[in-house]
Design a protein around this ligand. Structure first.
Ligand code: O2Y
Ligand code: MN
Length: 589
């Protein structure tokens, strides 16, 4: 098979000449194709069938032990001018980058099949959706892309109609970490990735296309490509508000996207609908509102910590047609990870006999891949070509101290500053230190495909006449008390905080004005049925103005990192709040 699109055929031929595969296979996305690839991977030992009674059509993949996470230090944005990639990205000149990576691609598919995967990020008929083609030598990537994107014939038809697509070239190479690179060429709408078969490094539709290249395209075309979940909150009156929320990797985006309301809320008729758990593309509609789609069609979620109490919806979708990567298995071949239940697994993520006390059984970044449609809280609105209208944008981080449970920004510019100055403690999703506080603007630090200064300016540009922009909030579910325990119960109870936000959007709730933004009064948060002390609530909603003055010194320094690219309006907003805090501290002294 070839395509009607000459540029696509020519590119496939050019890649084949470089990589020298034995076969070329154009993916149509059919069930038959998936069945035959699954059989191939079972025969080769790339997949292990899981218990067919408890987990029909579920498989385990064990990646190379050195290939278990995204690799930020090997991820590059290759623009002609380094300033365009910004200090937030590793940079290499495109000529040098192509030469370096093409040398690794030369002959790398000898004896392998080259798969051509046409895919669409977003509902196939959505004007907000964009297409790409990934070339890979990994059937595991094909199987995952089939779950994570709209992949195959329909996507190819759209690509042929539009004659435009993002080019992604991937090979697992020899999995040697010293010959591993993830390179992005936004000016050429091209991605090249070699040496890893894992997740964000290999499933190019996800972080590489939908965020790094997507953010570049979005800036050029006037929309936003964001690291955000999208969730619909239906109140007892049957009205649904959609919320987009950005948290750094592994801060519970999937859990919030699939939230199960507390008993009292459920009985009162509240419902929660999942549109997406990781990526959100938003575009201004004719009505001035921001309309959002989830460009993905599935979930690539972190398994550890997913249990009946934390995310029963996720658990319910994982008992059929799922791929598990680097989880442990029980003696009867069921997938298992820390936080699932009290059983003791038989084999760890490497396939060795599990020895308690000898490290976790499942890798901390082990994953499940599953179609979004399998989620009990899935909504057909995820397929709506127009997207869903966004009422509120939420930023959040993992902060043990200082940052209150929730606050609302005064206006759009302040909200952009709140997003730009977000910070969080690092986790295992990216390789590197765990538990270190790092600034992560809009949770896009690893994913923005251009200079953060320009990105902040792009965000600010949405505030124009006629725009009906969402309110912007900040949350911190992770605040701890003096005893080191979390002050807020989190999970389903986060709906209580969302309820306050949505009431604010409808002018139905009160707030206290502080230098950092508007906070709920204690009485405005519904804590009925919740065991939380008054003292804990006080701590969660208290502003330490001295601590915040220091925080604003750090924020100002951070904004300076982007030099002349930082929008003056953002600096002015930070200076205004810093001055207010200093004034209040002087008065208090
Ligand atoms: O480690 C990886 O390759 C996956 S990272 C990931 C996967 C799904 C959703 N989000 C993330 C992330 O790091 O933000
Ligand atoms: Mn993510």
């Amino acid at each position: 098979m070839t395509s009607k699109l000459a540029t696509l055929n020519a590119w496939v031929q050019e890649v084949a000449a470089l990589t020298q595969p034995s076969h070329i296979h154009w993916c149509d996305g059919s069930a038959e194709e998936n069945a035959s690839l699954t059989q191939l991977m079972l025969d080769r030992g790339d997949l292990i069938a899981l218990n067919a009674d408890t987990h029909p059509d579920c498989y385990l993949h064990r990646s190379h032990p050195s290939d278990v996470a995204r690799v930020e230090h090997l991820t590059f944005v290759c623009t002609k001018h380094q300033e365009d990639a910004g200090p937030n990205n590793n940079w290499m000149h495109p000529t040098e980058a192509h030469a370096e990576i093409d040398a690794l691609f030369a002959g790398c598919m000898k004896g392998r099949t080259l798969y051509v995967i046409p895919y669409c990020m977003g509902p196939i008929d959505s004007p907000i959706a964009r297409c790409g083609v990934e070339i890979t030598d990994s059937p595991y990537v094909v199987a995952n892309m089939r779950l994570m994107t709209r992949m195959g014939s329909a996507a190819l038809a759209r690509i042929e109609r539009e004659s435009q697509f993002v080019r992604g070239l991937h090979s697992t190479g020899d999995l040697d970490p010293t010959r591993r690179f993830i390179m992005h060429f936004p000016e050429e709408l091209t991605i090249k990735s070699i040496g890893s078969g894992y997740g964000g490094n290999a499933l190019l539709g996800k972080k590489c296309h939908a965020l790094r290249i997507g953010s570049w395209q979005a800036r050029k075309e006037g929309w936003l490509a964001e690291h955000m979940l999208i969730v619909g909150i239906e109140n007892p009156q049957g009205e649904t508000h959609y919320v987009a929320a950005a948290f750094p990797s592994a801060c519970g985006k999937t859990n919030l996207a699939m939230l199960i309301p507390p008993d009292g809320y459920r009985q009162a008729g509240w419902k929660v609908w999942t549109v997406g758990d990781d990526i959100c593309w938003m575009s201004p509609g004719d009505d001035g509102r921001l309309w959002a789609i989830n460009p993905e069609a599935g979930y690539f979620g972190v398994a550890p910590g997913t249990g009946a109490k934390t995310n029963a919806n996720a658990l319910a979708m994982l008992n059929r047609e799922a791929i598990f990567t680097n989880v442990a298995v029980t003696a009867d071949q069921q997938p298992w990870w820390e936080g699932l239940d009290d059983r003791v697994p038989a084999k760890d993520w490497k396939g060795n006999d599990f020895v308690p006390g000898n490290g976790p059984a499942a890798h901390p970044n082990s994953r499940f891949t599953v179609s979004a449609r399998r989620c009990p809280s899935y909504t057909e609105r995820a397929e709506d070509a127009r997207g869903v209208p966004i009422s509120a944008i939420v930023f959040g981080g993992r902060r043990e101290s200082l940052v209150p449970l929730v606050f609302e920004s005064r206006d759009w510019t302040h909200g952009v500053l709140v997003g730009a100055s977000m910070a969080s403690e690092t986790t295992a999703a990216a390789t590197g230190a765990v538990g270190v506080v790092r600034r992560d603007s809009m949770a896009m630090k690893p994913f923005c495909g251009y200079n953060f200064g320009d990105y902040f300016a792009h965000w600010l540009s949405f505030d124009k006449p006629g725009a009906k922009l969402p309110k912007i909030f900040h949350v911190n579910w992770f605040r701890k008390g003096a005893d080191g325990k979390f002050l807020w119960p989190g999970f389903g109870d986060n709906l209580r905080v969302l309820e306050w936000m949505l009431k604010r959007c409808e002018d139905r709730a009160d707030a206290v004005e502080t230098p950092i933004g508007h906070l709920p009064k204690k009485a405005d948060l519904n804590v009925e049925g919740l065991r939380i002390s008054d003292h804990a609530l006080d701590q969660l909603l208290q502003i330490d103005e001295q601590g915040w003055a220091h925080e604003f010194e750090a924020i100002t320094e951070y904004l300076d990192e982007f030099g002349g690219r930082t929008p003056p309006a953002l600096r002015a907003e930070a200076a205004r709040i810093a001055a207010l805090l200093l004034q209040r501290n002087d008065q208090a002294a």
